[in-house]
Design a protein around this ligand. Structure first.
Ligand code: ATP
Ligand code: MG
Length: 382
C-alpha cells in the first residue's frame, strides 16, 4: 500500500505577492531531497503532498526532516467523499493512534468543499460516535486530547492523527547566499543550520593549518559541511591553508594579540572570498563572551575587516541550547571528534580580552597579511 504525506507550510503563509515564488522553491527543494527515494510530490489546491511506497518510508521521512519551510507534516489517509468512507477511514486512523498510545481524542473537521452535505460540526459528531462505537476504550476529551483526529474535506477527504513538527523557517534558497565560516567545532555548523532555516543557501570556508592540523581535522569539517548541506540544499566547501598567515602573525605581533589578529585575518579572507563567489553575508558561530575572541570589543575588531554583514545567529544563545541543536541536526558526534583546529594550537595563555579598535587596526595593517591571504585563497576550492 502506498503512503501519503501531507505537508503544512511554515512562515511562507505570511508572504503576500511573492508567496508563489517561495512555494516554487519549497517544491524544488523537496524534489531534490527526495531524489532516489522514488517518492512523488503533488500540489493540489495550495497543499503539498508526498506519496511513496512503504519501502521508501525512511528515505521520505528523512527528506521531510531536512526540509526548511514547513511547520509540520503528517501521514494521512485519503478516501472518497462519502460519509461512510470518511467514518471508516476515521475509525482506522483512530485505531492507529490508539495503538501508538493515545487514550483520548478529539475530532476536528475542515470543509473547503462547501457542497458536501454535512457541515463540519455534523461530520465531527458522526465521526466521534463512530470511533467510540468501534473502539470503546478510546475516550473523547475536547479540552486536552492526546490526539486530534483531523478530517479535511477537499477535492477528496483526508484523515490524519499525529503530526510531526517540521523545521519551520523559510525554504533554503529564498534569501541571498551566505558564506559560513565553518570550523570543526560545535557552534559553526549550528549557525549554518539556523541561517539555512532563514532561507539562505551557502558556501563554507574552513581555515586549515596543515601540517599543524591533521587531515582528520579537515575530514571532520568535510563531514560537518555535508551535514549542514542537507539543510541548506547543498554546500560548497572551500579549504584555505592558513599556516602562513598564522606564522606571520606569530612572528610579527605580541603574543596576547594573536587571537584577535587571526580572527581579523579570517574575516578579511572570508570577505574576499564572499566577494568573488557572490555571497552577500558572512555567517559565524560566535556567541557573546563565550571565549576571549567573542567579547563585544573583539567582535568589533573582527567585524571591521568585512564590509558585508556578519550574521551571528548564536550570539545570544546559551551553550547548552547550542549543544541541543547540534544533537538535533546530527552534527554533535562529529563536532566532538578530538582533532584540534588551527586556533587551539595557536592560542596564547592570556589573550587580549577588550581590544581597542585603533590599536588592533594599526597592528593588523603593520603585518601586511594581504599577500598571504590571497595565497591561501588561490588554492582554496575543494
Ligand atoms: P566553533 O565551535 O564553531 O569552532 P568556537 O566556540 O570554537 O566555535 P571560536 O573558535 O572563537 O569559537 O570561533 C568563532 C567562529 O569563528 C566559529 O564559530 C567559526 O564561525 C569561525 N572559525 C573559527 N575557527 C575557524 C576555522 N578554523 N575555520 C573557519 N571558521 C572558523
Ligand atoms: Mg572553534
Amino acid at each position: 500500500m502506498s503512503l501519503l504525506y501531507l505537508l503544512k507550510p511554515g512562515e511562507l503563509v505570511l508572504k503576500g505577492g511573492n508567496r508563489p515564488q517561495f512555494e516554487r522553491i519549497l517544491r524544488s527543494n523537496l524534489v531534490a531531497l527526495l531524489k532516489g527515494t522514488g517518492a512523488q510530490i503533488s500540489y493540489t489546491n495550495g497543499r503539498l503532498y508526498v506519496c511513496c511506497e512503504e519501502a521508501s518510508r525512511a528515505g521520505t521521512e528523512d527528506a521531510l526532516k531536512h526540509l526548511a519551510g514547513i511547520s509540520g507534516w503528517t501521514q494521512a489517509l485519503r478516501c472518497p467523499k462519502t460519509i461512510n468512507d470518511i467514518l471508516e477511514t476515521a475509525a482506522s486512523e483512530a485505531r492507529v493512534c490508539f495503538d501508538k498510545g493515545a487514550r483520548t481524542f478529539k475530532v476536528d473537521c475542515r470543509r473547503t468543499d462547501k457542497s458536501f452535505p454535512l457541515n463540519s460540526y455534523e461530520i465531527c459528531c458522526a465521526a466521534g460516535n463512530h470511533i467510540l462505537s468501534t473502539l470503546p476504550a478510546f475516550k473523547v476529551d475536547v479540552r486536552k486530547p492526546d490526539v486530534h483526529i483531523n478530517i479535511e474535506i477537499r477535492e477528496k477527504a483526508y484523515v490524519y492523527g499525529f503530526e510531526e513538527h517540521g523545521l519551520g523557517g523559510l525554504p533554503a534558497g529564498t534569501a541571498a547566499r551566505g558564506l559560513l565560516l565553518l570550523s570543526g567545532g560545535i557552534d559553526s555548523p549550528v549557525a549554518g543550520y539556523l541561517m539555512a532555516l532563514r532561507g539562505m543557501r551557502m558556501h563554507a570556508l574552513y581555515f586549515h593549518s596543515y601540517p599543524y592540523a591533521s587531515n582528520e581535522a579537515r575530514e571532520k569539517v568535510v563531514e560537518l559541511a555535508r551535514i549542514v548541506g542537507r539543510y541548506s540544499m547543498g554546500i560548497r566547501l572551500f579549504v584555505a591553508n592558513f599556516t602562513d598567515v598564522q606564522m606571520a602573525i606569530k612572528s610579527g605581533a605580541p603574543e596576547a594579540w594573536r587571537v584577535v589578529l587571526l580572527r581579523m585575518a579570517m574575516m578579511d579572507c572570508a570577505a574576499r572570498l564572499a566577494h568573488s563567489t557572490r555571497c552577500k553575508a558572512l555567517i559565524t558561530g560566535e556567541s557573546l563572551s563565550q571565549v576571549a575572541s567573542q567579547t563585544v570589543e573583539n567582535i568589533t575588531c573582527t567585524q571591521s575587516r568585512s564590509k558585508i554583514p556578519v550574521l551571528r545567529p548564536l550570539i545570544g544563545m546559551d551553550k547548552e541550547a547550542i549543544i541541543k541543536l547540534s544533537r538535533a541536526i546530527g552534527a554533535f558526534e562529529t563536532s566532538i571528534r578530538p582533532y584540534p583546529d588551527c586556533c587551539t594550537l595557536f592560542a596564547p595563555e592570556h589573550p587580549v580580552l577588550h581590544a581597542d579598535l585603533d590599536e588592533a587596526t594599526a597592528l593588523y595593517e603593520s603585518l601586511n597579511l594581504g599577500p598571504f591571504i590571497e595565497d591561501s585563497l588561490r588554492n582554496a576550492a575543494s
